[in-house]
Design a protein around this ligand. Structure first.
Ligand code: MF3
Ligand code: CO
Ligand code: CO
Length: 282
């Protein structure tokens, strides 16, 4: 059974109830998400062969510091870095280190900045130099899947509509959808109700209502869906070592659809990859 709450009337912990936010929350989410999107834009010129993921972590830390934004990942449940960097068969939560990126890698960079208590959570794939067509294609499919998930968000619809749209498309493209991680309510909390599964059935799950704020962040594999966590307790990898890609946006449900808070303002939502906008015809 789903319960909904007025956002400000509730304790700041995940009670399982879905918060309904007002205009000030949307304003706060726009401010935090803008810093996140600008950082992801700036990383386009930084990610290249030879750059370490630690250098990316340093950049994300400093970028936030200069703008009064704190990285939410730092010290989150024992995580010790400002960003997640997930390369090739790493599905998510890759930990920055001193190993340089190499030509042909694809790396997901996942940034969450906190501004005035609001969390702007977004990630993009970055091709490192020239990459194989199969890698590029996986990124195209994954962003298209996210676009289709976003298009399914409207009041009166259900959380299951989002997962169904993503899964249907990914499977038709002969890819698989990771089931061990999901999107999530976001706002003053980093991870809140509801869970946004990237698979499922239309009409199932909580009803979507104006004022809900959450992420959609599908992880799509070229091989099988199964993942395992490495001994560091964070790094999730594909069991079959197939490639994995992910993009993430934070959004709010509006009266007639949704507002995506984390869009790039300079056309860099899919660095190095071309994914046309969804048209009504598509
Ligand atoms: N940003 C991730 C998400 O999309 C969460 C990272 S938690 C961390 O939900 F601790 F690994 F950084
Ligand atoms: Co997220
Ligand atoms: Co994220």
């Amino acid at each position: 059974m789903t319960t909904y709450l007025e956002a400000e009337a509730d304790p700041q912990r995940n009670t399982g109830a879905i918060r309904i936010y007002g205009p000030e929350a949307f304003e706060g989410m726009r401010r935090a998400s803008r810093v996140t999107a600008e950082c992801l834009d700036a990383l386009v010129d930084i990610v290249k062969p030879g750059v370490t993921t630690q250098a990316i972590d340093d950049f994300v830390w400093q970028f936030g510091l200069d703008r009064g934004a704190a990285p939410a990942s730092l010290h989150y449940r024992g995580y010790t870095k400002s960003v997640c960097t997930s390369i090739n068969h790493v599905v998510c939560h890759g930990i920055p280190n001193q190993k340089p990126l190499k030509e042909g890698d694809i790396v997901n960079i996942d940034v969450t900045y906190v501004v005035d208590g609001w969390h702007g959570d977004s990630s993009r794939m970055y091709p490192v130099g020239q990459v194989k067509r199969a890698s590029e294609r996986l990124c195209e499919v994954t962003y298209r899947a996210l676009q289709l998930g976003i298009a399914a968000v409207k009041p009166g619809g259900h959380v299951g509509d989002i997962g169904a749209a993503i899964e249907e498309y990914a499977v038709a493209e002969r890819c698989s959808v990771v089931r061990d991680f999901c999107g999530h309510g976001v706002g003053k909390l980093f991870h809140d109700a509801p869970n946004i599964l990237h698979y499922g059935s239309r009409g199932e799950g909580a009803e979507l209502r104006p004022g809900m704020i959450f992420t959609i962040e599908p992880m799509i594999n070229t091989g099988r869906q199964h993942v395992k966590i490495l001994a560091d307790g964070w790094t999730a990898v594909t069991r079959d070592r197939s490639l994995s890609a992910q993009y993430e946006h934070s959004l709010g449900v509006t009266e007639d659809g949704c507002e995506v808070f984390t869009y790039s303002r300079n056309g860099s939502d899919t660095p190095g990859i071309s994914v046309p906008p969804l048209t009504d015809a598509a």
